[in-house]
Design a protein around this ligand. Structure first.
Ligand code: SAH
Ligand code: SF4
Length: 350
């Protein structure tokens, strides 16, 4: 199989040396017109188009299923070159405002096929880790979604399938293409990397240039609770994780966000919230509370509304910002890994 063009350095594209403008034309087709084949690049000479087609693949992802409508959260299931399935979610800022094309568009993207970290509540980890995405496959989700939406997304969040910091070199290469003016050109501050808490890689990320954001999937305030739901905590417990985040916050002078999935009777005790408050104060973090999204085959439940309110109140009383994220797309399997899981279960005879 030919390599993906965007996984090959531009210096090795071997474009005609006598026509230095060709690279710019090619980039316009890829990053502004979101072309999915070389054949449609009408201002490139036909021999060059067929030469490129013979040497490279352009589209890294092919849409196989889109759930949702243009005005609401849309979940896109992609097929990669090797047949793996992957997903991204397009989230308009104001779903429901019919036909409003000016609403900001956030795209949630994946960084790996499957995930090795096995958080108990997560669909992505259920079938383990399969492979890392290449940089072109990460960027390809953005280009493919832009083609579907008819425009470039405004914000990108690495909250789809996989652990982005376990794929750090490809993540960095993709971020470079996504933020570069010669690439997709999305401002780094509109990019959020989410991690389950790989402490050494958080410190590595602090050294990577760019004002991108970090979200920490905390989900518990104490090691005792975190150990129960996130196996990664045994390797990087809070006394390692929080200082690593502190390194990031100092280096970037940027606030981080704690993601906190609320699981009934597991991490929804106000005492747990008080422990989170202490970490939030130390890092000046704000908190996103996410009522658990049901995953087929998993025994967890979201807490009742009063329990959610009681939990949130602890933050309000302590002066720490905590919002409850009423996730859009609850009805279309929009938590990470869910659509792929369902698709693979129906595709495979059980
Ligand atoms: N591996 C990284 C990024 C992908 S997960 C991480 O864990 O941060 C992205 C987000 O989706 C995380 O905050 C994760 O905890 C959340 N998530 C996973 N399963 C969920 C579920 N069933 N309901 C709600 N959110 C979920
Ligand atoms: Fe992996 Fe993140 Fe899911 Fe945990 S929550 S299993 S780290 S994708």
């Amino acid at each position: 199989m030919n390599p993906l063009l965007l996984d090959v350095p531009a210096t090795e594209w071997n474009l005609p040396a006598a026509e230095p403008w060709r690279q710019k034309q090619l980039r316009e087709w890829i990053f502004q017109k979101f072309a999915s084949s070389f054949a449609e690049m009408s201002n490139l000479p036909a021999p060059l188009r067929s030469d490129l087609t013979g040497r490279f693949r352009l589209a890294a992802v092919e849409p196989v299923k889109i759930q949702g409508s243009e005005d609401t959260t849309r979940k896109i299931l992609w097929r990669l070159g090797d047949g793996s399935l992957l997903e991204s979610v397009l989230i308009p800022a104001n779903p429901g405002r019919a036909g409003d094309r000016s609403a900001r568009l956030t795209l949630c993207i994946s960084s790996q096929v499957g995930c090795a970290y096995g958080c108990r509540f997560c669909a992505s980890g259920l079938e383990g880790w399969r492979r890392n995405l290449t940089a072109a496959e990460i960027v390809g989700q953005v280009l493919g979604a832009a083609r579907i939406a008819g425009r470039r997304p405004d914000n990108l969040v690495f909250m789809g399938m996989g652990e982005p910091l376990a794929n750090l070199p490809r993540l960095c290469a993709a971020m470079e293409t996504l933020t570069s003016p010669e690439g997709v050109g999305i401002g780094a501050r509109h990019l959020t990397v989410s991690t389950s808490g790989l402490a050494p890689q958080i410190e590595e990320l602090a050294k990577v240039p760019g004002q991108f954001r970090l979200a920490l999937s905390l989900h518990a305030g104490t090691n005792q609770t975190r150990d129960k739901i996130m196996p990664v905590n045994r390797k990087y417990p809070l006394e390692k994780l929080i200082p690593a985040c502190e390194v990031f916050v100092r280096a970037k002078r940027k606030m981080i966000t704690f993601e906190y999935i609320l699981l009934k009777d597991l991490n929804d005790d106000p005492a747990e919230a008080r422990a989170v408050v202490r970490h939030a104060r130390r890092l000046h973090a704000k908190v996103n509370l996410i009522p658990y999204n049901n995953v087929e085959g998993l025994p967890y439940e979201r807490p009742t509304e009063p329990a959610i309110r009681r939990f949130q109140k602890v933050f309000r009383d302590a002066g720490v910002e905590a919002t409850v994220r009423r996730e859009k797309g609850h009805d279309i399997d929009a938590a990470c890994g869910q659509l792929r899981l369902r698709e693979e279960k129906t595709a495979l005879p059980s």
